[in-house]
Write a protein that binds this ligand. Structure first.
Ligand code: AKB
Length: 322
C-alpha cells in the first residue's frame, strides 16, 4: 500500500501537531493537510495543504484521488463545550464527517481510517475511578452522544464491510504549540499561556475537579502507534480507553508555581463544571497497553517543565525585540 496520508482537520489542536509528526516520519509530500481554513501551525511547514470541508464526501474523494491517499485521519470535530451551545451543528459535523470517511473506506477509496473518540462518551452513571473499557455509557453532552454513536458506526463498518477503522478515546490533551477550541479540558492549556503572559489565571472549573489528561507528545505517539499496529492486534473496533495522567486545577497550578512562584489562580466555575463532573477522573487503559503496546511517557511534572520551557523560549525573542 502506498502510504499517502490525508489529515482532515489539520488546523485544529491535534491535527496540526499530528501533521508535523507524520511529515517528519513519512515525508512532507506524503502527508496532505486539509481543513476549511489555513493552519497557523503549518504555516512554516512545507507540504501539501487543501481546503476541504470534512462533511463533503465528494470534496474529500477528489483530494483522495488527486493525491492517491491510502490513510485518512479525521480530526475535524466540534468539542464538548461548543457542542452544548450548538447541539445540532455538533451532531451534524461530527456524524456527517465520520460517515463520509467510513463510506469512502467501504467503497475502497482508502485503506485505513483513524477517528478519535473521547472520555466524553462516559456520563454521570459511569464508575469515576479507573473507568473500565466496557462499562455503563450514558453520556449527557451532545458531543458525548456523537462520540458513542460514532464508535458504534466504526464497529458496524468494520463488522459488516471490513473497514479498517481504528479509534482511541482521548482524554484532555495539553499542548503549547496550538490552543484547543471549545472543550471542557481547555483550562489545562489556557492556564499555561496565562501563567506566562499575565502571571495569573481564572479557572472555569472548581479547584478539585479531577480529569484524565495527556500531553500532546503522548497523544500524537498513541495516534500513530495504533495506526501502525498490526491489523490483528486491534481487538476493539469501537474505541480504546487511553490514559496517561490525571490532576485537578489546584494540583496543576501548584506544579506551575514550582517554575513561576508568583503565579496565582482563582476559580469561577461556569457551565463547563457540569460537563466535567459527568466525566471519569481516571481511566483504565490496560487493553490498549496489552493490544498495541501503548505506554505514556510524560507525567504532570515533566509535562509542565517542558511546556513552560518552550513557552518561555517562544516569548524571549519577542521581549528582545521590545
Ligand atoms: C473536550 O474537553 O471536549 C475534549 C475532550 C475530552 O474530548 N478535550
Amino acid at each position: 500500500m502506498s502510504d499517502t496520508i490525508l489529515i482532515l482537520g489539520a488546523s485544529g489542536q491535534i491535527g496540526g501537531e499530528l501533521t508535523l509528526k507524520l511529515r517528519s516520519i513519512y515525508g512532507k509530500e506524503n502527508v496532505i493537510a486539509s481543513d476549511i481554513r489555513e493552519s497557523e501551525i503549518l504555516q512554516n511547514s512545507e507540504g501539501p495543504f487543501e481546503i476541504v470541508d470534512a462533511t463533503d464526501k465528494e470534496a474529500i474523494l477528489k483530494v483522495v484521488q488527486k493525491h492517491r491517499v491510502s490513510q485518512v485521519y479525521l480530526l475535524a470535530a466540534m468539542l464538548s463545550a461548543t457542542g452544548e451551545k450548538y447541539p445540532r451543528k455538533a451532531w451534524d459535523l461530527n456524524m456527517t464527517s465520520l460517515l463520509a470517511v467510513l463510506d469512502l473506506a467501504k467503497e475502497n477509496h482508502v485503506e485505513r481510517v483513524f477517528w478519535p473518540s473521547s472520555i466524553a462518551v462516559f456520563g454521570p452513571t459511569t464508575p469515576k475511578e479507573n473507568t473500565p473499557q466496557r462499562t455503563i455509557i450514558e453520556p449527557s453532552t451532545v458531543y458525548g452522544i456523537s462520540k458513542i454513536s460514532g464508535e458504534f458506526w466504526c464497529n458496524y463498518y468494520h463488522e459488516k464491510y471490513g473497514v479498517d477503522v481504528r479509534s482511541i478515546r482521548y482524554p484532555g490533551i495539553i499542548s503549547w504549540k496550538t490552543k484547543p477550541g471549545g472543550g471542557t479540558t481547555d483550562y489545562a492549556v489556557d492556564i499555561f499561556f496565562k501563567a506566562i503572559e499575565e502571571g495569573s489565571y481564572e479557572c472555569f472549573l472548581k479547584e478539585d475537579t479531577r480529569l484524565p489528561m495527556m500531553y500532546m507528545e503522548d497523544a500524537v505517539k498513541a495516534t500513530i502507534q495504533i495506526m501502525e499496529a498490526d491489523k490483528n492486534s486491534i481487538t476493539t473496533r469501537t474505541s480504546y480507553n487511553l490514559s496517561a495522567i490525571d490532576f485537578t486545577p489546584k494540583e496543576l497550578a501548584e506544579e506551575i508555581q514550582k517554575h513561576i512562584p508568583e503565579f496565582a489562580i482563582t476559580y469561577k466555575p461556569d457551565f463547563r463544571q457540569e460537563i466535567a463532573d459527568s466525566w471519569p477522573q481516571t481511566i483504565d487503559d490496560s487493553q490498549a497497553r496489552a493490544d498495541w503496546d501503548w505506554s505514556h511517557q510524560y507525567d504532570i511534572s515533566s509535562m509542565t517543565k517542558d511546556i513552560i520551557r518552550n513557552l518561555q523560549a517562544q516569548k524571549r525573542p519577542e521581549m528582545e525585540l521590545l
